[in-house]
Structures are given as C-alpha cells and as structure tokens.
Write a protein that binds this ligand. Sequence first.
Ligand code: FMN
Length: 206
Amino acid sequence: MFFTPGTHKEQGLLYSPLKALISPRPIGWISSMSADGVANLSPYSFFNAIAELPPMVMFISAPDARTENKNGEKDSLANILETKEFGVNIVGMHQAEPMATSSQAVGADIDEFAHAGLEKKKAHKISVPLVDGAPAHLECTYYDHITLPDNGRGANSVMVMGHIVGIHIEEDIIIDGLIDVTRYQPVARLGYKDYANIRDVFAMSP
Ligand SMILES: Cc1cc2nc3c(=O)[nH]c(=O)nc-3n(C[C@H](O)[C@H](O)[C@H](O)COP(=O)(O)O)c2cc1C
C-alpha cells in the first residue's frame, strides 16, 4: 500500500495511521501554572528529549478545539508562554489512569492535579508544581517556540522547547547507579486509544 497523507480512507484505513506507525512515543506529562496561580497538568505524546547538552525537551501543542479559548492555545501552551516554566513528569504504570484523566478538556480555572486526584510535589528551581508519586521529574524553563505550518483548517500546532534546569529521581528506581525502568514501567502512547508499558528490556553492543 502506498498513499499521500490525508488519503488513508481511500485505502480502507479508518483513521490516519501516522500515530500508530510512529510508536511507541514517550509521554511528557506537562505541569504548568497560570499567571494567577492555577495549576495545570496534561499529557503530550508529541514529546521528546531534543538534546543531551544542553539538556532540552520539546512538546507539540495542537490547536485547542474548545470554543472558549479564543486564541486557540491549549492551557499548557498559554501558561508556558506567560510564565516561562514547566515541569515534565515521567509516567509510570501506576499513574496511567490519572494521566489519562488529566487529558480531559477542563476550564483554565480548574486545578488539574485536583481534577485527576493527584497531590503536588514542590519543585526546587521553578514555581510550577510536580506530580507527587511520579518516578522522575524534569524542571524546565522555556527556551523558544516554533509555529508549525497551517493544518489545512486555519490553525497551527506549536512546538515548545525548554531547558532542563533540574532533575528529580526517586531513589527506588536506581539500581547499582543505573535507572531501572522496569521498576516503574514507563507508559508509552501508541495509535488510536492504545498504550504500552515497558516491561521487557534487552541490551546490545554495537
Ligand atoms: C496520552 C496522550 C497524549 C497526548 N498528546 C498530545 C500532544 O502531543 N499534543 C496535543 O496537543 N495534545 C495531546 N493530547 C491531548 C491533551 O492532553 C489534551 O488536549 C489536554 O486537554 C490539553 O490540556 P491543556 O489545555 O490543559 O493543556 C494527548 C492526550 C493523551 C491522553
């Protein structure tokens, strides 16, 4: 099968296969805070580390479909552009459900930690709260953003990039000086409504 993006239905595919093909994707569980102090938490799977030195991450905010948000920005993006800080919380299998709950579209005035039944952990270098109980956290400061081309419907996704300025790791996921991901089983995003969790790890030498 070969086709041009956007013509998948003509091939008998129910949905765009892109997210199923480019998988598994890590989930950046992004915490942020509005200028008036409302905490926000949402998962982003168009997310990754983009450099080790300097340590940097990025995520992509798609246009917000909610009508009350006039400028089309999701709350995380609006908060980060305003306050220039965010947290990345690593999603372990034990927090898969609250992670999914935190993706629900709620008003910008709602504390999404409370909405998802989560407690806050204080960050060291940023004023944004982190998810208590997550196996690791990255404290980030805004670096820059890039507006992607028009999505064909008059709206744009935005790539947000940030510097990692602090790293928290729970002691019980460190074994002999190495991070053991099987201790928390990172949750990854596949296509459709599917997820995976990392349980089987193998090593290879080049
Ligand atoms: C696992 C998962 C991954 C997601 N990845 C993205 C993403 O990469 N970009 C995006 O714009 N929305 C993504 N979403 C949807 C957002 O989490 C959702 O729109 C959320 O309500 C945004 O909240 P906010 O307005 O508080 O930032 C994802 C949802 C889930 C459950």
